[in-house]
Design a protein around this ligand. Structure first.
Ligand SMILES: [Zn+2]
Length: 481
């Protein structure tokens, strides 16, 4: 007999804060691969003896903004501790982190998951989110290793979830939401390829219907959303097999091999590190002034959940509202297109999702680098809404603006695209199309309403694309009784 198990999943996410300076010195933060190794450094972030850390305000401000986006309670008093371990990329022999007094207390996020037409929502608790410094970056070669200190001392926010997730899909949705929120408030760019978002997951199983947690395993440093989903699914299957065979899951840290899609033990609890945390003597507790905190709160943008609710109240589906608020830039673009009230939300939503994002995605571009501005698209869509050009023509104009710039009105005039609206002319074409396609007429009259499509196509051909298919359909239907 096999028992039914349910997974219990928690995530620890490190995001690199997008502040100008590092956490405890004024070296530039987040310089990236194109900066020469070991040039964005100073004695503080190199861990030289006798240097003193000085907390930088920019990183603290972003940590608070990030926390507010996660509905965390900002802690007016927080403090720093030393976490000891030895590794070549950690020259001080300890990392400065927040241990028992994090800057952000408990909070939550709302995740959306499931099929497009049946989206589900669920609240995932945040245990806390604390500030800490990043280590340097080591690269290992056959006979030597190199360490680049450019990343050493970069500010990280570690977001620790409650064990509230019950499937790899929920974990994926949680990650998506964290990334959306961090980017939305400008706390982090969350570029996983640059290591700006790193994920540790822990997962255990328990028999369905029970409360007590099973023994968990941890998977560290997963570097893509796909890896998180795959690794969780693998672990769930592996633990299920162990338990069903009468065995016990070992509490251990495992490594995910994304090439072979398997997890392997890294270290077990018996040799778990003792970090010997103690309060950082060189940094006083961080106490936030009321006025400073109020300023941060006042500077928060409208959050995506609020925009989503507004878009849905105006008639968009949950799915469309989700896509249009997947980044602040997309939401801003959408709102600019619809601002005048001359373009319906649905039309703007369709064109942005299908046409614009489709093109941008194919070129691996973000909407902020779109060659077509929101104003340009709005001008084009006003012609569509007014029935002056049809969708096919609009797409041609769209392609031209996207590739070469320009104004919709000029391109439409230049190409002589204005639609034929003369009813007499349209009716003449409709009669011609009916005469030319008796089979479609017979099918239509037998009840196959879709057969009208062939006749509409005939009129479009006769009009050289300058008729409006919707108007033609109506005329044809009238003529055919
Ligand atoms: Zn430095």
């Amino acid at each position: 007999m096999t028992t039914q198990f349910e997974p219990v999943i928690g995530l620890e996410i490190h995001v690199q804060l997008a502040s100008k300076t590092k956490l405890f010195c004024t070296c530039p933060n987040g310089v990236g691969e194109d900066t020469k190794p070991n040039t964005a450094v100073c004695p503080v972030c190199m861990g030289h003896p006798g240097t003193m850390p000085v907390l930088t305000e920019g990183a603290v401000a972003l940590a608070v903004r990030a926390g507010l986006s996660l509905h965390c309670e900002t802690q007016k008093r927080s403090s720093f501790s030393r976490k000891h371990y030895f590794y070549p990329d950690l020259p001080k022999g300890y990392q400065i982190t927040q241990f028992d007094e994090p800057i952000n207390g408990a909070g939550y996020v709302e995740i959306t998951f499931g099929p497009k037409d049946n989206l589900q929502k669920k609240r995932i608790g945040i245990h806390h989110a604390h500030l800490e410094e990043d280590a340097a970056k080591s690269s290992h070669f056959a006979d030597h290793s190199l360490v680049d200190f450019n990343r050493s001392g970069s500010p990280l926010l570690e977001i620790v979830s409650m064990p509230d997730m019950r499937s790899p899909d929920e974990a994926y949705a949680y990650l998506t939401e964290i990334k959306r929120l961090m980017r939305w408030v400008g706390a982090s760019n969350c570029d996983m390829e640059k290591g700006e978002l790193r994920v540790d997951v822990n997962v255990s199983l328990r028999p369905v219907g029970t409360e007590k947690f099973g023994t968990r395993t941890e998977l560290k440093n997963l570097n893509s959303f796909k890896a998180v989903r795959d690794a969780l699914q693998f672990e769930i299957n592996r633990q299920t097999e162990v338990l069903n065979a009468g065995g016990q899951v070992k509490q251990e840290t495992r490594l995910w091999d994304k090439v072979e899609c398997v997890s392997r033990p890294m270290r077990s609890k018996e040799d778990a590190l003792d970090y010997r945390y103690f309060p950082e003597p060189d940094l006083p507790p961080l106490v936030l002034k009321d006025e400073w905190l109020e300023n941060i709160k006042a500077g928060m943008p409208e959050m995506p959940s609020s925009k989503e609710a507004r878009f849905m109240a105006a008639g968009l589906s949950a799915y469309d509202a989700g896509v249009l608020t997947s980044s602040r830039e997309i939401a801003d673009y959408f709102e600019t297109v619809t601002k005048s009230g001359k373009v319906s939300l649905k039309t703007a939503s369709n064109w942005i999702q299908t046409d614009l994002l489709g093109m941008l995605h194919a070129e691996k571009k973000e909407i902020e680098n779109s060659p077509m501005s929101a104003v340009q698209l709005a001008e084009l869509l006003e012609f569509v809404e007014g029935g002056k050009i049809n969708r096919k023509q609009a797409r041609e104009v769209f392609d031209e603006i996207y590739a070469h710039g320009g104004k919709a009105a000029d391109i439409i005039a230049k190409r002589g695209m204005v639609q034929v609206t003369d009813e007499g002319q349209l009716e003449a074409w409709a009669k011609e199309a009916i005469a030319a396609n008796p089979k479609a007429v017979a099918d239509y009259q037998k009840g196959n309403k879709a057969a009208i499509g062939a006749l509409v196509g005939g009129v479009m051909k006769l009009s050289k694309g300058k008729a409006n298919p919707r108007v033609i359909s109506q005329i044809l239907a009238k003529l055919l009784g």
